[in-house]
Every structure is written in C-alpha cells, then in structure tokens.
Ligand binder design. Structure first.
Ligand code: GLV
Ligand code: GLV
Length: 328
C-alpha cells in the first residue's frame, strides 16, 4: 500500500514500513503546508504525521482511500480524531517510549530554572564572570521542597518517582488516585488550588483539550508562591503565555522552564528577553533512542492499521466496534 510521511523520521521506522509498503516522504526539511499535505495524501492508504501538522477535517476527507493515521507523538491534539473516527480511520500515537525522556527534560528545566543554569552559561560566555561573588546567581534549592504535579499520567508519574533522591513532598492533581506515586514517594492527591498555593515547583503533564487550554492563567499564577517555578513540557496553550510573561516580569513567581509555546514555532520576544525563564525548542522527547523507538512504534501502528487490525496504540478504538466504521 501507499503511505505518505510528512517529514523524515529516524530510518529504522521508515525501513520497517518499506519492507511491505511504498513510501512518499516529504523531501524538504520543514513543516508542510496544508495544501502540500492534501497533495501528499492523494492516492495514499496511510498518513504518518507529526505534531506540527494540523490534520484537520479537510485533510482527512480529502482522500477516500485513507485507512490509517499514525501520529509521531504521544500528544494527538493536532489530529481531528472525531472526524477520523466518523470516517472509520484509526489514529495512533506513541505513548510510553517517550515517558522517561520527557520527565527527564522536565527535571532538566526544573534544575536549570532553579539554579540559573542557562543564565549562568550566558553570563560566563559573555566574559562577565569576574570571580566568586557571594550574591551571584542566587537560585532556589530543590531538596526537601514541594513538587506539584498537574496531570499524573505516565509522564507526570515518572517525574514524581524521579524526585525520590531529593526527599521532596509530592502533591498531585489528577482525576484518579495514583497508586505508584502514593506508594513510592508518599504523594498526596489534592485540589488544584492546594497544589498552586503549596508547591515550590509545578510541572504540567496534561494533554491539550478545551478543558485544559489556559488552565494556568493569571488567577492560577497569582496563587503560586513567590519562590515557585513553573515547568511546561506538555503543550503550549495549557498556559496563558501573556499571563506568564506578566508573572515573570512582575516576579509573582521566581521563574519558569518551557519546552512548549502557545504559538509554536513562534516564541514571544518578551519571553526571550527575560532571564528568569529557560527556553527549549520542544525537544523533550529528543534523545536518539527515544526518537528511534517512536519511529518504530509509529511504523508498527501503521502496519497494523493498514492490515485492518487494531493498531497497538490506537486512540479511537471505537472505529473497530463496528458502529462507526461507515463513511458519513
Ligand atoms: C511531543 O510533544 C509528543 O507529544 O510526542
Ligand atoms: C501523557 O501522555 C502522559 O503520559 O502523561
């Protein structure tokens, strides 16, 4: 069968697909336009896409042969899953394989923001280090502090479990109780306002949906402690970026560490001008081993979907319940 791949991903995934299928891969090293994706999907049975592609209803409806959409990401807010379901097209994601890499990036941002690592690096490179200074680069300690986790799914759980060596108090907000966190780090499930008021570090691990968009706004940022640090490795729009800029400028909080932005790939000039925020280019899953595993996982999902089997990481299993399999 024929598969359109919207951007080159690590070879092992492409090699696996090539064994059974014919691939057309975006020849450019950039995100494609909607028109280019529609053009690419024409006559294809499978679409392997990235979180930077908005796979909307028009794209999904543009090719009647389309049988499978494999998203190369754990988050899939970029795909109109409802439309895909209505057309009987399974959609898959890449959960699990990027859990540790993403939790590690959240920790890297936490330490970087707490101990002024990026700022210190800029300072030292600029030749401004003139000798040990009792008042230079004063940050926030991490050990024995309170870690607040908003969204205790796979990644939020991994983040919390990794706090063990720092003897932290762990609070979390989640629909369900998280046994692993409670057992391993004595974490407590609390309400949002308690996490905001008590945490020294708050890390966001929710998926993006209408209910989580701007869940960290002016009101929430104002409830945080003055020494607190906000970490976001989830999706940019979960945070009201203008409110965060205000909070950082007016020092309602100590700092932030961001891997994602509200208007990616644009990063606001105001954020770039602030020293109390650490900025990463949406690279939390970017380790060689994780990206390779993601490629294999996306390929395996694609292969299953094209055979008419339930992809191992299908996010819309209702497609296979036989009720919604028909084209509208
Ligand atoms: C990365 O942001 C992902 O969702 O995989
Ligand atoms: C989200 O996908 C998570 O694993 O926390």
């Amino acid at each position: 069968m024929k598969i359109f791949v919207t951007r080159k991903i690590p070879e092992p995934g492409l090699d696996l697909l090539k064994k059974e299928h014919e691939l057309e891969i975006n020849p450019y090293n950039r995100v494609l336009t909607k028109e280019e994706i529609v053009e690419g999907v024409r006559g294809k049975d499978g679409l392997l896409c990235l979180l930077t592609d908005q796979i909307d209803r028009d794209i999904i409806a543009s090719e009647s042969k389309l049988k499978m959409i494999a998203n190369y990401a754990v988050g899939y807010n970029n795909v109109d899953v409802e439309m895909a379901t209505r057309r009987g097209i399974p959609v898959s994601n890449t959960p699990g394989v990027l859990t540790d890499a993403t939790a590690e990036m959240a920790w890297a941002l936490l330490f970087s923001a707490a101990r002024c690592i990026a700022e210190g690096d800029r300072f030292t490179r600029a030749g401004r280090f003139k000798g040990w200074d009792p008042m230079l680069m004063l940050g926030q300690g991490v050990s024995n502090k309170t870690l607040g986790i908003i969204g205790a799914g796979r990644i939020g759980t991994a983040l919390g479990l990794k706090s063990k060596g720092f003897n932290m108090e762990v609070l979390y907000v989640n629909k369900r109780e998280n046994e692993a966190l409670e057992r391993e780090v004595n974490a407590k499930k609390v309400e949002m306002c308690e996490v905001l008021k008590k945490s020294d570090f708050i890390s966001l691990h929710v998926s993006l949906s209408e209910s989580t968009r701007h869940m960290m706004g002016e009101k929430e940022l104002k409830m945080m402690k003055e020494n607190a640090i906000l970490i976001n490795t989830s999706r940019g729009p979960v945070v009201d970026e203008q409110a965060l800029i205000k909070a950082l400028k007016e020092k309602w909080i100590f700092g932030a560490g961001l891997d994602v932005y509200e208007h990616e790939p644009d990063v606001s000039a105001e954020l770039k001008n602030l020293d109390n925020v650490v900025l990463q280019p949406h690279s939390a899953s970017a380790t060689i081993e994780t990206r390779t595993k993601m490629a294999l996982m996306a390929a395996e999902n694609m292969m299953a979907g094209l055979k008419g089997e339930i992809p191992p990481n299908c996010v819309n299993r209702e497609v296979f319940e036989g009720k919604q399999g028909s084209i509208e």
